[in-house]
Design a protein around this ligand. Structure first.
Ligand code: COA
Length: 161
């Protein structure tokens, strides 16, 4: 069933994101992890090129997945890539309002592109990139939440600041 884009900031990618990508890769011919260059309400900690490289490392073992960076409207990027589906993860009810708004707006902009939601496995239902960074910043162990290369990148960034 064609190609889907899975957009986000991925600052950095966590095992929760990877879990969604693994599920999606079984449903679609191709999945594009779409790393947003910038997101209006956020100032990413990792530069876009690092977020792309870390995402590539984390999903590298999954055959039909590519990681690409984008700096345009998501629906335009999806069209450019020939993707008819935008995938988002829904972890909890608290994600719903924002996701509902995003999906509704994307539908207004591009009625031919569908947004589909996947839920992560329970074990990853509470992860977010900022929480993982915070745990690492306080010396906590993040090994169960991120790929080893991502953990190393977070620790090295923490040591610089
Ligand atoms: N596992 C772990 N964490 C997850 C997760 C999962 N399955 N799903 C979401 N998250 C977390 C992220 O880590 C992030 O946490 P943080 O903010 O604490 O770091 C949070 O949930 C939300 O991040 P994400 O899913 O990456 O969404 P986003 O809000 O950062 O990204 C875009 C939003 C990029 C999709 C959106 O801004 C966009 O489409 N931008 C392009 C421009 C555009 O088209 N704008 C108009 C849209 S109508």
């Amino acid at each position: 069933m064609a190609t889907a884009v899975y957009p986000g900031t991925f600052d950095p990618i966590t095992n929760g994101h990877v879990d969604i990508v693994e599920r999606a890769a079984r449903l679609f011919d191709g999945v594009i992890v779409a790393v947003a260059d910038s997101v209006s309400a956020k100032t990413p900690v990792f530069p876009a090129e690092d977020r792309v490289l870390l995402a590539r490392t984390a999903v590298g073992a999954i055959d039909n997945v590519e990681v690409k960076r984008f700096d345009s409207l998501l629906v335009d990027f999806a069209r450019e890539q020939g993707a008819g589906v935008i995938l988002r993860g829904l972890r909890a009810v608290s994600d719903f309002d924002y996701e509902f708004q995003l999906a509704g707006m994307n539908r207004r902009l591009a009625p031919d592109i569908e947004t589909l939601f996947l839920t992560p496995t329970e074990q990853f239902a509470y992860i977010s990139s900022s929480l993982v960074r915070e745990i690492a910043g306080h010396g906590g162990n993040i090994d169960e939440f991120v790929h080893p290369s991502v953990a190393a990148a977070i620790h090295s960034r923490m040591n610089q600041h």
